[in-house]
Design a protein around this ligand. Structure first.
Ligand code: GFB
Length: 345
């Protein structure tokens, strides 16, 4: 399916689209995080720099003038294996742990062993090596699925471990909760400044558009596009369309992470979201509008709905002065532009 540029977007196919994304990132810089006071020459290791989140962080750090970024391809450094030698050699001052085995509801449900094992391995290796090699700060990225299936809405950080998890993503959630607890243990036992950031559902450039393993927004964007190209009369959407989800553009997440790297030094978890959610039906309708598909929606009830709602309480982050800058419709339009330039046939 993928053009050579898909998932490996930086700087090849679709220069126009990518240049526009970089330009926009620069402009939004000034607006959302204000002036960052961090030393821009400090060595920052971005684990997972090729992924959707990691590549957004690298874009943002570069546009903010950070000059000493440390990245390694999986072929050179497999985070599931020992990383001590790499950390002992490179001694990064800051570590952003954006590497993880991620996927949508079906992938999580189909591969619990890999989602639990691989994420535990990556997290344990990187968090331990970061501490043992003197990193002054580490930012660990989790996900809103760590919260109970029937958590109060919007979900406050205090809802962690207050009820049963959503079964389809229990393995992944447990791995992420273990990562949080490891960061908090290093903070309590050794005074490490390891923070844990819990983003809501994310989307944007360099997302995974594979229809089996992707998240809903990327999947529906691709499905709507291909249905339009084939002149189909209907678009198959999984589940009932009733669940609600909150969506944050990955460039907004990157700006929030830089602010937290600079201003947040507590080991208590902190939510990152936009504070609004939509139903899957509303999302599908919005994507059809943006893509220009005018057929009907059809529902595949054999696929799971998952958590009925997971809207994050973002008041803690707002109190630090951060707010998102990319509204959902704009974010979808930009992502479709990127998809056309990098993935669509
Ligand atoms: O984004 P998604 O895969 O993950 O699915 P979760 C969200 C909702 O969209 C579910 C529905 O109710 C799906 O049934 N949906 C409809 C679809 N059509 C589609 C489709 O074509 N593809 C997909 N993927 N969904 C994940 C967790 O849960 O959220 C992960 O499993 C992680 O661990 C991620 O936390 C952020 O939001 O349900």
């Amino acid at each position: 399916m993928t053009k050579k540029g898909c998932r490996d977007w930086e700087p090849t196919l679709g220069l126009g689209a990518n240049a526009r994304i970089a330009q926009r990132t620069k402009k939004e810089n000034a607006s959302s995080t204000g002036q960052l006071m961090m030393d821009k020459s400090e060595k920052i290791f971005v684990a997972g720099h090729r992924g959707m989140v990691g590549s957004a962080l690298v874009r943002r750090l570069k546009s903010e003038g950070f000059s000493n970024l440390l990245v390694r391809d999986r072929s050179k450094l497999d985070l599931k294996n020992a990383v001590t030698e790499f950390f002992a050699q490179e001694k990064p001052a800051l570590v952003i742990l954006a590497a993880a085995k991620v996927g949508g509801i079906k992938a999580n449900n189909d591969f619990p062993v890999e989602f639990l094992l691989e994420n535990l391995r990556i997290q344990n290796n990187v968090i331990q090596a970061a501490y043992e090699n003197g990193a002054r700060k580490l930012l660990f990225l989790g996900s809103s699925c760590i919260y109970p299936k029937f958590a109060p809405q919007p979900i406050p950080e205090t809802a962690l471990l207050s009820g049963p998890l959503e079964p389809t993503n229990e393995a992944y959630a447990i791995a992420k909760i273990a990562g949080i607890k490891l960061c908090q243990a290093y903070a309590r036992e050794y005074g490490a400044n390891f923070i844990s950031v819990m983003p809501t559902n994310l989307y944007g450039p360099n997302d995974n558009f594979d229809l089996e393993t992707s998240h809903v927004l990327a999947a529906l964007l691709r499905k709507a596009h291909e249905a339009k190209m084939r002149k189909d009369r209907k678009l198959i959407v999984w589940g009932s369309g009733k669940p609600s989800r909150e969506f944050l553009h990955v460039d907004d997440l990157a700006s929030a992470c830089l602010l937290l790297l600079e201003k947040y030094d507590s080991s208590e978890i902190i939510n990152v979201g936009c504070g609004e959610d939509v139903s899957i039906r509303e999302l599908a309708e919005l994507i059809c509008e943006v893509v220009g598909f005018d057929g009907d929606l059809a529902w595949d009830a054999t696929k799971p709905d998952g958590t009925p709602r997971k809207l994050l309480d973002v008041s803690k982050l707002r109190a630090l002065g951060w707010k998102p800058s990319i509204p959902l419709r704009d974010g979808i339009a930009r992502t479709y532009e990127w998809f056309l330039a990098n993935c669509a046939r």
